[in-house]
Design a protein around this ligand. Structure first.
Ligand code: EPU
Length: 421
């Protein structure tokens, strides 16, 4: 198992390129199940989660070829409509095959994902929506068994905006008879990217990027060639790295429109940010000011950036409060940060952070994807050496983060661990 070893204290400088967004690529690759034919996807990040969705599609009979960041998927011959436990256990987003399979094949069998390190993460809103579209949904032996004769348009209201729920329902509704209206839909850029892809395939979706999405069912879709949008969370993580290390970094190939809440909060901590058409330049300055953050659905501050900002606020002047409003258990990085000298107290969904003058390097363990990134960021400013183990969490969602940070001047390397952790 790999470990990442960081010697802290280097100020990051230079330019770095952001890759394609994992959370856009996953539903867009799943959308290839909607119609038989050859799809081409460019700017697909090389990640464990992308390997998982490709494996899932390939097990269903799709032919999947990869050439660097381009993925070709031919879904002409599907022979299996199941996402087994072994695959869903590795990646919850496997649930994204449910909507397209039901839509095209009229049946699907997908393992229930269960909880994960960051929370219970139910899928009731996906299932209720599919039932309203006419699917017969049964939960048996840990699986969702779904079937329908015909999908019919319906009015669907989400109690809370759900990202993969909105995506699943959009994919389920594109070929349904009549009109579907999704209310209180999620508005993340990844949802817009999926809806744009579906429209390119021939779907009729409007209200994209708003909380009310209207889908007029069509009878035919066609395969397409699309490029995956830049990863706003990778961009945000690199922006925090620059601010934290008093660096000066130009983050290229990102969409600054998707980064507004991150830019806003980072500026409040004292960082200077220049915005270009497809890049941002972040100059860190000290002292770092304390700020309060509430995680919210887009366009609010993303939960996927909470752990990274917590590191920044750990070394800020004064007290900060972070309210985590999306996932009930997303503070698992806190105990590891405290082992590095951070002063953070948790009460319910609030983290109270008292800035300290320094963090000190330590062996720490990654517990989920964004937590891993936060520990690496902490290592960049800690005194001495930080060893982050269980980096397979990182590899699920960041492509070569350590190489990108090293190219900016960080002293960081990946090694094979002596013994498994
Ligand atoms: N929720 C329900 N019922 C449902 C679905 C969601 O109660 O049926 C609740 C969740 O428990 C949570 C809230 O709704 O409290 C929002 O969850 P959402 O469904 O939006 O999360 P998700 O679709 O499972 C996606 C991302 C996550 C990201 C969240 C929030 C993908 C593949 N995953 O998850 O990404 O944190 O939206 O923005 O798009 C990550 O990349 O590290 C990651 C965890």
């Amino acid at each position: 198992m790999d470990e990442i070893i960081i010697k802290g204290g280097r100020s990051l400088k230079g330019e770095v390129i952001v890759g394609g967004a994992k959370n856009a690529a996953l539903p867009i690759l799943a959308a290839s199940l909607l119609v038989g034919g050859r799809f081409t996807f460019h700017n697909v990040p090389v990640l464990k989660d992308i390997d998982s969705i490709k494996e899932l599609l390939s097990n269903m009979g799709a032919s999947v070829e990869t050439d660097g960041h381009t993925v070709y998927i031919d879904t002409a011959n599907l022979n299996c409509f199941e996402a087994p436990y072994e695959q869903v256990r590795k990646m919850r987003a496997s649930i994204l095959v449910l909507g397209p399979l039901l839509s095209r094949m009229k049946k699907a069998r997908v393992s229930l994902p269960g909880g994960c390190a960051i929370g219970a993460r139910p899928i009731d809103l996906h299932l209720n929506g599919l039932a309203l579209l006419g699917a017969d949904i049964r939960l048996e032996h840990g699986y969702v068994e779904a079937a329908c004769k015909k999908m019919k348009g319906a009015e669907i209201y989400f109690d809370v905006p759900t990202v993969t729920g909105t995506e699943n329902l959009m994919m389920a509704a594109v070929l349904a008879e009549g009109t579907t209206v999704l209310r209180n839909a999620a508005r993340e850029p990844e949802i817009i990217a999926l809806a744009d892809t579906l429209n390119l395939m021939g779907a009729d979706i409007s209200g994209i990027g708003t909380a009310v999405i209207t889908i007029n069912g069509v009878t035919k879709l066609s395969p397409v060639t699309v490029s995956i949008i830049p990863d706003r969370i990778e961009a945000g993580t690199l922006m925090v790295a620059a601010a934290l290390t008093k660096g000066d970094v130009r983050i290229k190939n990102c969409d600054p429109n998707h980064l507004q809440s991150i830019i806003h909060k980072l500026e409040k901590t004292g960082a200077a940010i220049e915005v270009f058409e497809d890049a941002v330049r972040v100059k860190g300055s000290h002292p770092i000011h304390s700020i309060d953050i509430k995680t919210m659905p887009y366009p609010g501050f993303p939960t996927d950036m909470q752990a990274q900002f917590m590191v920044l606020l750990s070394v800020a002047n004064g007290f900060s409060v972070i309210a985590e409003n999306i996932f009930e258990n997303r503070f698992i990085h806190v105990s590891e940060l405290c082992r590095m000298g951070a002063d953070i107290t948790i009460s319910g969904n609030h983290a109270m952070i008292k800035g300290v003058s320094k963090l000190s390097g330590a062996p720490v363990m990654a517990t989920d994807l964004r937590a891993s990134a936060s520990l690496i960021l902490a290592g960049l400013v800690a005194t001495g050496t930080t060893i982050v183990s269980r980096v397979y969490h990182l590899d699920r969602g960041y492509e070569s983060l350590e190489k990108k940070l090293a190219s900016l001047g960080a002293t960081i390397k990946r090694v094979k661990a002596q013994k498994s952790s």
